[in-house]
Design a protein around this ligand. Structure first.
Ligand code: PSZ
Length: 283
């Protein structure tokens, strides 16, 4: 039996009290996080919860819990649901109020819901690598906010999925921004390239972990814009996210990257990443 969190308590699914007037439902007016669980332990939970508060602040949404309380709720969900390998999903919306675009006045309490699920790591793809498709980035100009409004990402992911691709590589005016739900990295002549932290990307927690690993392994990094054309000429390519981890890219559209197998630097980053997570997480 899965236990959910809502309104300050843990409940079964049929005990959830979701309103048609929830602003998340009408407007996608809210923010969210996904936190990975390895061997029953939350990975980088502090960073994720802190980003949840940053996203909320950027949309002028006040969360009725402290960071510490949300971390404890996340831990409780993992324990209550006996999660071994999987993730936590947590979202906060601007509350339950009759539909009108402007914020409810007076303010209504933000609604925090969360659940935990068991889900295997994508180990086959992590080892073999994947094909991705270039798609124009039509999202809004605040991609730094982890907002519930995901239509731009949903449409890109669907188009990639229909073509048999694992992910969409988004480009704006020819510049690679990120993936539909991942951060993109290219490696050329030993240098790791990725989009700088601006309003045009989400500064992924996995992105930050991987940049830390580059530093530890003394791999030079360039956080500067690169074009889709330059991406095709990279020696290696990979993307990162909480669930995709460090995912090698073998082809972009029909163009092969390097020799069409996961690159050496990519593999060394995967190895270093694996050392950061509980070692027995082989699922
Ligand atoms: O399960 C999934 O498919 C997940 S879990 C998290 C994501 C996907 N994606 C987060 C994300 C994103 O939505 C965008 C637009 N860019 C980058 C990322 C990667 O962020 P982290 O590393 O924090 O998960």
């Amino acid at each position: 039996m899965t236990l959910y969190f809502m309104d300050g308590r843990f409940t079964k699914r049929d005990g959830l009290n979701i309103s048609i007037d929830d602003r998340g439902y009408y407007f996608g007016d809210g923010v969210y996080e996904v936190v990975k669980v390895y061997n029953g332990e939350l990975f980088t939970v502090r960073e994720h919860i802190s980003r949840l508060f940053e996203s909320a602040m950027k949309i002028k949404l006040s969360i009725p819990f402290t960071e510490e309380q949300l971390i404890n709720i996340s831990k409780e969900l993992v324990a209550q649901n006996s999660i071994s390998v999987g993730h936590i999903y947590m979202q906060v919306t601007r509350g339950d109020s009759p539909r009108q675009h402007q914020f409810p006045d007076p303010t209504v309490p933000a609604i925090v819901t969360a659940y935990a699920v068991e889900a295997p790591r994508p180990l086959g793809n992590i080892e073999k690598g994947v094909a991705i498709k270039s798609i124009e980035d039509i999202r809004w100009l605040r991609c730094d906010i982890k907002s519930l409004n995901l239509l731009g990402s949903v449409l890109a992911k669907q188009e990639a999925h229909e073509g048999g691709y694992a992910e969409a590589i988004l480009h704006r005016n020819g510049v690679v921004t990120e993936g539909a739900s991942t951060n993109m990295f290219g490696i050329k002549d030993g240098v790791v390239h990725t989009h700088p932290v601006t309003n045009l990307i989400l500064n992924g927690i996995t992105r930050q972990v991987v940049l830390g690993l580059c530093k530890e392994l003394q791999i030079p990094v360039s956080e500067k814009e690169f074009t889709l054309e330059q991406a095709l000429e990279m020696d290696e390519f990979f993307y990162t996210s909480t669930t995709a981890e460090v995912m090698p890219v073998l082809t972009i559209d029909e163009h092969t990257i390097g020799d069409g197998t996961p690159g050496l630097i990519t593999k060394s980053l995967q190895k270093a990443f694996n050392k950061k997570i509980p070692v027995t997480a082989t699922k």
